[in-house]
Design a binder for this molecule. Sequence first.
Ligand code: COA
Length: 188
Amino acid sequence: MTELDAPQEPPQEQASLSLWQQIQEDWQAHERDWTRPGFRAVAVHRFGNWRMTVQPKLLRAPLSLLYGMLYRKIRNGYGIELPYTTQLGRRVVIEHQGAIVIHGYAVIGDDCIIRQGVTIGNRSLEQPLEAPKLGKGVNVGAGAKLLGKLEVGNGAAIGANAVVLNDVPPHHVAVGIPAKVLAPKASI
Ligand SMILES: CC(C)(COP(=O)(O)OP(=O)(O)OC[C@H]1O[C@@H](n2cnc3c(N)ncnc32)[C@H](O)[C@@H]1OP(=O)(O)O)[C@@H](O)C(=O)NCCC(=O)NCCS
């Protein structure tokens, strides 16, 4: 089974929004610019999930064909791999484009920011299905790699070019290779 084929239930909260409402929200999150590759990638992801709700399967078939074409266009044209099986929260922003690879079993919470050169994927071919889980409002710096079964807490930040191999607590910052969690700044 490829990432494209794996079944997935949409997150509960998101399921209550229509496809149009989800895409409208994503468009607002991407500064109301429908030409941004990140917005287009997220919109195709939403469409890919929505089409799985269409019954009967025969009616879904042409939509799946269209989804497959759009998915490949986004991947090949913008360098953004975002399979519909990834659990993507609301208002996730993909800033810029190029070399963005997101695992089909990754979980990305509401209001996260993903930048160019980011990989959110498995750590080794021996555990191909193990993928990171990001909480809400995680800010991922350009070029960061998050690898394997790990959790990043709500509101955490990942430094540019960090290689994250372990959990990052909520509202903490992780930087470096391998990434280390910085001590919280003392409040004044
Ligand atoms: C990680 C980041 C969020 C930290 O911001 P911050 O909380 O304000 O932290 P500071 O700038 O005070 O840095 C804290 C320490 O981490 C180090 N650091 C910061 N970013 C780092 C990075 N990406 N890699 C390695 N070390 C880093 C700093 O040198 C500093 O070290 P020191 O305490 O030894 O001097 C920020 O530096 C970052 O990398 N943002 C990504 C932004 C991005 O991708 N921009 C691209 C836009 S297109």
